[in-house]
Design a protein around this ligand. Structure first.
Ligand code: MG
Length: 286
């Protein structure tokens, strides 16, 4: 081996060691490659949802209270978030409910930091993960552009919200989420995909949409069999997003009726046909 070849070998060996050291000490996020769906979405039109005066929405009598302003005892890791003036402020890490949920109606109120800091995904980022896997993005998307399937209200990397109903940072906002969990067979195949409806500040932004799988930054959506119920996660993404008034209802299945013997039209019942002016007048009488 010539002197120059030996020098090159030694140099290459040393630089490999240095590279490995640097890579192992970089934050993990720097190593993660972003996955993109390749779908070009139109920009969701901005809709002014009106002021936040209708909030907070009182929980109905059959709701399970997940946060009432006092503490986060219903949440694993909740002791590391800040509770101040009846509000929970995200900090340190994400938190998950101690109870597991499947099909549900979830109400949550949030407020992104003011004055706003950062831009794009770095402004007011958090998220609601149904079953710890399916994220409805929380972001300050008030005059803050980012990729549309990652803006506030997006099913992350799957669907943008159909409209942008964000309030300005600092104001209270709400999500009302109706979620049907996916169903799997014994072999782990999905036999019914998860379905979601979301109202943002009272405005429908997803209407009975089928999810494509778990939401992730670095890989395409995919279903992997999981239990019928799983905890809900609130994301900490480095921004102090505020939360209050979180409640959930589990009983969202339609009632099941039982067919009785008396079916069909009952004798003597009135109808629009008996009313010469038509059914509209009939409806007015009620
Ligand atoms: Mg997020």
């Amino acid at each position: 081996m010539t002197g120059s070849r030996l020098w090159w070998r030694q140099f290459a060996g040393a630089s490999t060691i240095v590279s490995l050291f640097v890579l192992s000490h970089l934050p993990a996020a720097n190593l993660v490659k972003e996955w993109k769906s390749g779908i070009e979405w139109p920009e969701p039109p901005v809709v002014d949802p009106g002021p936040d005066t209708a909030l907070p929405v009182p929980p109905p009598s059959d709701a399970i209270i997940l946060f009432d302003g006092k503490d986060l005892s219903q949440w694993t890791g909740g002791e590391d978030w800040i509770i101040r003036d009846g509000v929970a402020i995200s900090a340190k890490h994400s938190i998950s409910t101690k109870r597991a949920f499947g099909d549900c109606q979830l109400h949550i109120e949030f407020s992104t930091p003011t004055p706003p800091k950062g831009r794009g995904q770095g402004r007011g980022n958090s998220g609601v993960y149904l079953m710890g896997r399916y994220e409805v993005q929380i972001l300050d998307s008030y005059k803050n552009k980012t990729y549309f399937d990652g803006q506030c209200g997006a099913i992350y990397k799957q669907y943008p919200p159909s409209v942008n109903a964000c309030r300005p940072p600092g104001q209270w906002q709400s999500y009302d989420i109706i979620f049907e969990a996916p169903r799997f067979d014994d072999e782990g195949h999905v036999v019914k995909k998860a379905v979601i409806t979301v109202l943002h500040n009272g405005v429908v932004i997803h209407n009975h949409v089928e999810l494509l799988g778990a939401t992730a930054y670095d890989r395409p959506p995919q279903y992997r069999k999981h239990p019928a119920k799983a905890p809900i996660t609130l994301q900490y993404h480095g921004n102090p997003v505020r939360f209050r008034n979180i409640w959930i209802r589990e009983n969202i299945a339609p009632l099941k009726g039982r067919k009785s013997k008396s079916t069909g039209t009952t004798k003597g019942a009135s109808s629009g046909a008996a009313n010469p002016s038509g059914s509209v007048a009939g409806l007015r009488r009620r």
